[in-house]
Unconditional design. Structure first.
Lengths: 699, 94
């Protein structure tokens, strides 16, 4: 008889829901039939809630059970059918994977990321050699019995024997830049090549970096990162004021764009070097020949395609393994695989990651047809030739079956466009309210990737970058980034037959086996899930044609009011209405003398929770909190975010408008350091942030 | 010349290093010793970790520290913490 397991990256319930945050919450359902394990379904809650980087908790156990039952109902199951739950401190038994993390001296969070890249193919795990990095900005602390001293890990597995080691992460520098500049990591990554301005930054010179490390708590890597980034920004702004940068001739950029380019180019160099050093250390310690090994990467830093490509190129690994959900949205995948490994199920049983299309399949075209009957003026079956005509005329929306997991649209919830004119890129960036220089990624037929991209090879999840072949660049200007590179998704017939037929028809007609692909969502909202959400997006943005599960819908602006574009709640019934319980918990803590400033600190130091009944401990934490706010303005923003989101008066619906900005919702990872001599201003704010993002960046 | 008091402090320092390693799971090595500061240029404990360390010390040595003592510890070396712990333990015994 089959067994079912759940892995859940959700918050703890009760008071802990207020002080142990998790963002990018997600749930995975697993099934075991004898010696076969399958990943049945994967839910990223942001797709259901509409709240980007979904961080809204279930405040009590009953609500969380209802939420899980509701998810499971699409598979004909309830929580009572589930044999084990991993990932939560107060449901199921996560002790095997917590013990595994402690035995190896690394965070549980990093173990989650590690297994999400290490065990995607049990046969490769059992019989091959893998070198893995699990690197990101920093851990959540929900399953940690004590504050872990090493936040990230690397691993080598050879013939099923696994060795785990703490490693350094480039993610701290990126997260410090996110908080200083108020932009998401992907935007910063794209900022490394906007112009030719260069600056030899003393603040980030090899001499300045010598001896500095980024292991996490044990070396205060977060403080190192924030200080370095702040100093680099100050120095670069001085270069700008002195006229030493900003005069490269790229007049479409703002002064701040030039500053950001200079700083991010150097940070990217350092980030790559940290990953290179990590890999070299593992190869040397375990005497691994990379030509015989696969590289496995996960954690938010694994979404940094230039780093992945550099590691593959420089070491000559024979293959690459990385889940499409490398960020925290992949924690449920990794926690599940870690649970299956630490309880002895894998790799004895067989498992192979089924690909990205394991998200919810609830498209519900019937509901959309009825809701938007007045806007759908024509309906027909998918026809490849018609698709070509549509695409050459304007961008089209493409929705098909189960959604892709991970932050990048992979052709099941995509906005597609003709890559042959730069105006497609401009149009897509306008639709997405993005800066003009943001790159648009291509989907390319796998059999042609090498002809169009230098060193191009299969890359189904858009996790590597290749130079576009110079002789081809003029043919596909819309997908060539300013540095001549692109981040393609390769597409084979087996990956998705219908999309393959569509792109093949475009190739046959134009000679170009490539289409532009960007995610189907407005600025600040998660990728759409249902047909209704897709049509609302199309109507709001003037997209005339949508393909939904193989049906072509031609849309016209209806007589009634246009749907609003942008972040808004989706399935309120799953998340809203918990406020009375939340207020009760909040007031209970306050009555015990535990205010928001203590909650924020306990988020980072889980062990202290058990001591909060002692007045002296509460007083010392209050004192630390006061100093921390004084030393680090990000703390005040974070406290305000906590109060607005979780404090009395805040609502789930309000989180869409009043939740604060990206950097506000990101938990600062450092308290003040002693001795208290110098209290420098750690984080000067950007003078020109690109607008307030109502999101939490991936860590 | 080793006196009973300095021997006692040496033993306490060694015990503190063990607590760091075993309970706080903090990386220590051969260079970690009496002159190692808890904070910057030393173990690199931030103030929250110092509070965790102080609570471990309380349990281990049967003391209760007030908030000022916890905060003061942050600026000490391991030897200074050991002397502080020893004096508190002696005061409690007398």
């Amino acid at each position: 008889m089959a067994e079912h397991y759940l892995s859940a990256y959700l918050t703890a319930t009760g008071a802990a829901s207020l002080y142990w945050p998790r963002h990018d919450q997600c749930v995975a359902l697993w099934r075991r039939d004898g010696d076969e394990v399958t990943l049945v379904r994967y839910w990223e809650l942001e797709r259901l809630s509409g709240l980007k980087h979904h961080y809204w908790p279930s405040f009590d156990d009953a609500h969380r059970r209802r939420l899980l039952d509701s998810l499971l109902s699409s598979e004909g199951l309830t929580l009572a059918d589930v044999d084990e739950v991993w990932g939560l401190p107060d449901l199921g038994d996560s002790s095997p994977l917590v013990d595994f993390a402690r035995e190896n001296g690394v965070s549980v969070h990093s173990v989650g990321h590690l297994f999400s890249c290490l065990l995607l193919d049990s046969e490769l795990f059992a019989g091959g050699t893998l070198v893995a990095l699990a690197i990101d900005g920093g851990p959540d602390f929900v399953l940690e019995p004590r504050t872990p001293s090493s936040w990230y890990c690397g691993a080598v597995v050879r013939d099923g024997v696994l060795h785990v080691r703490p490693v350094q992460s480039p993610g701290l520098l990126y997260t410090a830049a996110v908080m200083a500049l108020g932009l998401e990591p992907g935007t910063l990554m794209a900022s490394t090549c906007l112009c030719s301005c260069t600056g030899d930054l003393a603040a980030l010179s090899p001499a300045e970096l010598a001896g500095r490390t980024f292991f996490g708590a044990r070396d205060n890597g977060w403080q190192t990162a924030t200080r370095l980034v702040a100093a680099a920004l100050t120095e670069t702004r001085e270069l700008l004021a002195a006229g030493l940068i900003g005069g490269c001739g790229e007049d479409r950029l703002s002064p701040e764009d030039h500053v950001r380019t200079v700083v991010m180019r150097r940070i990217q160099e350092i980030a790559e070097q940290i990953a290179v050093d990590d890999v070299r250390g593992l190869l040397e310690e375990f005497d691994v020949d990379p030509r015989e090994a696969h590289l496995a990467m996960s954690g938010g830093s694994a979404l940094n395609c230039p780093t992945n490509s550099r590691l593959l190129r420089e070491f000559g690994f024979r293959g690459f393994q990385c889940p499409p959900c490398a960020n925290d949205g992949g924690q449920a995948l990794g926690l599940g695989l870690a649970g299956l490994y630490t309880t002895g199920v894998l790799p004895a049983a067989r498992f192979r990651f089924p690909g990205a299309y394991v998200g919810p399949a609830d498209v519900d075209l019937a509901a959309a047809s009825s809701r938007y009957a007045d806007a759908i003026v024509d309906r027909s079956d998918f026809d490849p030739d018609r698709f070509v005509a549509d695409l050459t005329a304007a961008p089209v929306a493409w929705v098909d079956g189960a959604s892709e997991i991970g932050p990048r649209a992979l052709g099941h919830r995509s906005l597609l466009a003709d890559p042959r004119g730069i105006e497609s890129k401009d149009r897509l960036n306008a639709v997405k309210d993005r800066q003009w220089w943001r790159p648009v990624a291509p989907i390319v037929l796998e059999e042609q990737v090498a002809a169009w991209f230098e060193g191009g090879h299969r890359s189904p999840y858009m996790l590597e970058t290749f130079p576009v072949a110079p002789s081809r660049r003029a043919e596909v200007p819309a997908v060539v980034h300013l540095d001549g590179s692109a981040r393609p998704q390769t597409l084979g017939a087996d990956d998705d037959p219908r999309l393959f037929a569509a792109v093949s028809a475009f190739a046959a007609h134009t000679g170009v086996p490539i289409v532009c692909n960007t995610s189907l969502n407005a600025k600040g909202e998660p990728i759409v899930q249902t047909a209704s959400e897709a049509i609302a997006f199309c109507l709001a943005k003037g997209v005339r044609v949508a393909y939904v599960n193989g049906t072509r819908l031609e849309l016209a602006v209806p007589a009634r009011e246009l749907p609003a574009a942008g972040p808004r709640p989706r399935r309120l019934e799953l998340f809203a209405g918990q406020e009375p319980e939340r207020d009760r918990l909040w007031r209970e803590l306050e009555a015990q003398g535990i205010g928001v400033e203590i909650m924020a600190l306990v988020a980072r130091a889980p062990h202290l929770r058990v001591w909060l009944d002692r007045p002296s401990v509460r007083r010392v934490l209050t004192s630390i909190a006061a100093r921390t706010v004084e030393a680090d303005p990000a703390w005040q923003l974070y406290l305000t975010h906590l109060e607005m989101t979780y404090g009395p008066g805040g609502t789930f619906e309000g989180a869409f408008t009043g939740g604060g900005s990206a950097e506000d919702a990101l938990m600062p990872l450092v308290a003040d350091l002693f001795p208290a001599g110098e209290r420098e201003q750690l984080r000067p704010r950007s003078t020109a942030p690109s607008g307030r993002l109502n999101t939490v960046p991936q860590r | 010349v080793a006196t009973p008091a300095t021997e006692n402090t040496d033993a306490t320092t060694r015990r503190l290093v063990e607590i760091l390693s075993e309970r706080l799971e903090w990386p220590v090595d051969a260079s970690t010793g009496e002159h190692t500061p808890l904070g910057e240029e030393g173990l690199g404990l931030d103030s929250l970790m110092v509070v965790e360390f102080a609570l471990d010390i309380e349990e281990e040595f049967g003391l209760e520290l007030n908030e000022d003592e916890m905060l003061e510890m942050a600026g000490m070396t391991l030897r200074e913490v050991a002397e502080f712990v020893s004096s508190r333990a002696a005061a409690a015994a007398s």
